[in-house]
Design a protein around this ligand. Structure first.
Ligand SMILES: [Zn+2]
Ligand SMILES: [Zn+2]
Length: 386
């Protein structure tokens, strides 16, 4: 199998690699191919997306098991991809995953030292991660969720600068404002220049002589914020939404981090979800199966009426088009499948018993060649388009 088609080969790990091995291998590659490290090089960007996609699957035992059994097709399932599916895995999604699990390039960059970008990175506030719990009904319609987050806000006493009102930060005398110190050093490979953050100003380039008394020079104070998050319809478990700039503001007026909402969808015991499609099990009686009936069935969009045809067998699947879940980013909706079970009564009243006995005396034997069991799975598979 080519590297592109095999997530294990993409990360350079064995098929029996542990979760820790996978994480380690990914981190190493991500540090190498991260777009911030490669000046927008498209090949590196593609590679970064590729390794992140592989990582996102292999780090999750459930997805990994699916992938091991069915390959990539197993992951797509009935979802049909979409903005959140794997078929349209984009760069921002890859960057988010990296940020979520490794918190960005952060300390690693400081090690390499220097650069305007590094200082900006250091001044960037943290991301705020929240978990949003959703019901299947909310997935069906989309929802606006309210969350309360503990965060920081700009200090009003100093306007976020960190310097006591009426004073200003001054240029660091040690590094002359660059925030880094360079040292020539010798090694067996020859002379090289080592760059490290300035110890006098911790890489800031400026020194605050009189720190603001309210925020102790940080430029931020603790706060709690109530936020509203719009969740689009059709999302799936473990999807996440990123709200740029809605995280913690950076120290001393640095740029804010992002708010990352991880979605947790509660299972609905009535429904089985297969991507955008939903399967519902409906028990019906002998007479409803034989005579046909009109029955109410629940869907995530509310109740709907289903017409049961006369002569319905156990295992027959009725498809109600467009009553499944919305397809994220594609428009339209999946289907709702009703899997019928003919229910055998376990207790009979004397009247029912008499009627059944009468029926038994006139009914014909079921045909011997009908493979009900196999038909059941065939039908379901067909209904789900597999
Ligand atoms: Zn302050
Ligand atoms: Zn300095």
């Amino acid at each position: 199998m080519s590297r592109a088609g095999d997530f294990y080969a993409v990360l350079g790990v064995r098929r029996d690699a542990s979760e820790a091995d996978i994480k380690k291998a990914y981190r190493k590659l991500a540090m190498e191919y991260h777009p911030d490290r490669n000046n927008g090089d498209k090949t590196a960007e593609e590679r970064f997306k590729e390794i992140t996609e592989a990582y996102e699957v292999l780090r999750d035992p459930e997805k990994r098991a699916l992938y091991d059994r069915y390959g990539e097709a197993g992951l797509r399932g009935g979802t049909g991809g979409g903005a959140y599916g794997f078929s349209h895995f984009d760069l921002s999604e890859a960057l988010n995953i990296f940020m979520r699990d490794f918190g960005g390039l952060g300390g690693f960059d400081a090690f390499f030292g220097g650069g305007e970008r590094t200082r900006r990175e250091r001044h960037r506030g943290q991301d705020v991660k929240v978990t949003l719990k959703l019901t299947l009904g909310e997935v069906a319609t989309g929802a606006t969720k309210t969350v309360r987050v503990r965060t920081l806000e700009r200090c009003t006493a100093c306007g976020g600068t960190g310097a006591q009102a009426g004073t200003r930060a001054t240029t660091c005398g040690t590094c002359g404002g660059s925030g880094e110190v360079r040292r020539a050093a010798r090694s067996m490979f020859g002379q090289f220049v080592s760059v490290s953050p300035c110890p006098a100003c911790a890489g800031e380039g400026t020194v605050i002589q009189h720190p603001c008394s309210k925020c102790a020079g940080d430029g931020r104070v603790r706060s709690e914020k109530t936020m509203q998050i719009d969740v689009p319809a059709g999302v799936a478990d473990h999807h996440y939404l990123t709200m740029r700039g809605q995280g913690v503001p950076g120290p001393r007026n640095g740029p804010p981090g992002d708010l990352i909402a991880v979605l947790e969808i509660a299972e609905d015991p009535r429904f089985e979800r297969h991507g955008d499609d939903i399967v519902y099990d409906l028990p019906i009686s002998f007479s409803q199966a034989a005579l046909g009936a009109e029955l109410e069935v629940p869907t995530p969009h509310g109740n709907t009426t289903l017409k049961i045809q006369p002569g319905t067998q156990t295992g027959m699947v009725y498809r109600i088009r467009g009553k499944g879940l919305p397809r994220v980013g594609e428009g339209g909706r999946g289907d709702f499948h009703v899997r019928v079970h003919v229910w055998t009564p376990t207790k009979l009243t004397s009247e029912q018993r008499a009627l059944f006995e009468q029926l038994a005396s006139v009914e014909s034997d079921p045909p011997a060649e009908e493979h009900i069991g196999r038909k059941f799975w065939d039908q379901l598979r067909q209904a789900l388009g597999r």
